[in-house]
Design a binder for this molecule. Structure first.
Ligand SMILES: [Zn+2]
Length: 327
């Protein structure tokens, strides 16, 4: 089990700036043992103070989070959500009619085939097997009570500088996925690369599959894997978060303080993404409950994210069965 320690040590701006070079060095060697200096740099999460991430200095962690780099999964409009819900309903009705299971429990559990694609540029991007194994274990643990397990079917290794630096919607993304993607709608394809734009990752939704099957999957920054250099986002929760999208979850702050919010009833409404670990924050005072900052679908530090709610698990199950179940 992970701890919920979230205390951010206060550091001087001068010290943070002096250590920028160490952070850049840590970035270049995403999986080397971090030096004490690099660790100190990565810990610069003081609210309002400069924030070092993956070799770059941001004005603050808030600025980094609000830039959208934390997750570039596209925002689904209200209109699109309604269409997707209607499609899901008709697919569930069709399944019911032919006696197909409507939940993982009814199916006796579901094993999701996983295809991992490690992309490097020939210099950076090698990911140790131990980091990949630890990452899959973290994903499995996060879904422990969901009825879903994950089985790695194949790990591919590709050297391609353009694909290594892909960004969402780019030609490089399309080319990489066209070439590498394996399996059907139920297959989780994970692309591990040095993605551009200071991004941590992005994913596609289950309801996107029919229109764009080749683009389906999850892309994560290699340094976000366990032991990588993307502190405080290097405990493997970026993949968990993106797989949450792949199963049909929205951010906990989707829809802000509206009642519909993220379409999950047991995740309290939230006005904006959280950063750090602000337990007790309540940004929608007129709606019940404090912000779900420990939820995998917020933007908190990895050490802070520990759960999917039962409502989210029910939504993921329903979405998978409607859009991804192979039979
Ligand atoms: Zn996200």
């Amino acid at each position: 089990m992970k701890s919920r320690h979230c205390a951010a040590p206060l550091r001087s701006i001068a010290l943070s700036l002096l250590l920028t070079t160490a952070a850049a060095a840590a970035h270049a060697q995403s999986f080397e043992s971090p030096s004490p200096q690099a660790v100190a740099t990565a810990g610069s999460t003081t609210a309002g103070g400069p924030f070092q991430f993956n070799g770059r200095t941001w004005v603050s962690q808030k600025a980094f989070v609000e830039s959208g780099a934390r997750c570039s999964t596209r925002e689904v409009s209200e209109f699109e959500q309604r269409i997707a819900e209607m499609t899901a309903q008709s697919r569930r009705a069709e399944r019911q009619q032919r006696g197909a299971p409507l939940s993982a429990a009814a199916a006796g559990g579901v094993t999701v085939p996983v295809y991992v694609h490690v992309i490097s540029d020939g210099v950076a991007g090698a990911v140790p097997d131990s980091a990949l194994a630890a990452q899959i274990q973290i994903l499995t643990d996060a879904f422990a009570t969901s009825g879903y397990t994950f089985q790695v079917m194949e790990t591919t290794y590709t050297v391609n500088a353009a694909w290594y630096a892909m960004t969402p919607g780019s030609a490089a993304e399309q080319q990489a996925k066209q070439a590498l993607r394996r399996g059907g709608a139920d297959a989780l394809n994970v692309y591990v690369a040095g993605i551009g734009g200071d991004l941590l990752g992005w994913a596609t939704f289950p309801s996107d599959y029919a229109a764009r099957p080749a683009l389906d999957g999850v892309v994560v920054l290699n340094a976000s894997l366990p032991g990588g250099s993307a502190s405080p986002y290097n405990e493997g929760d970026t993949l968990v978060h993106e797989v949450g999208h792949w199963f049909g979850l929205f951010h906990t702050f989707q829809g802000r303080c509206t009642r519909a919010n993220d379409r999950v009833s047991d995740t309290p409404a939230e006005r904006s993404p959280a950063f750090g670990c602000p337990i007790g924050r309540d940004s929608c005072a007129r709606q019940p409950g404090a912000d779900p900052v420990t939820n995998f679908m917020d933007y908190s530090d990895d050490a802070c994210m520990v759960e999917f709610s039962s409502g989210q698990q029910a939504r993921m199950d329903a979405q998978f069965m409607a859009f991804r179940a192979p039979n």
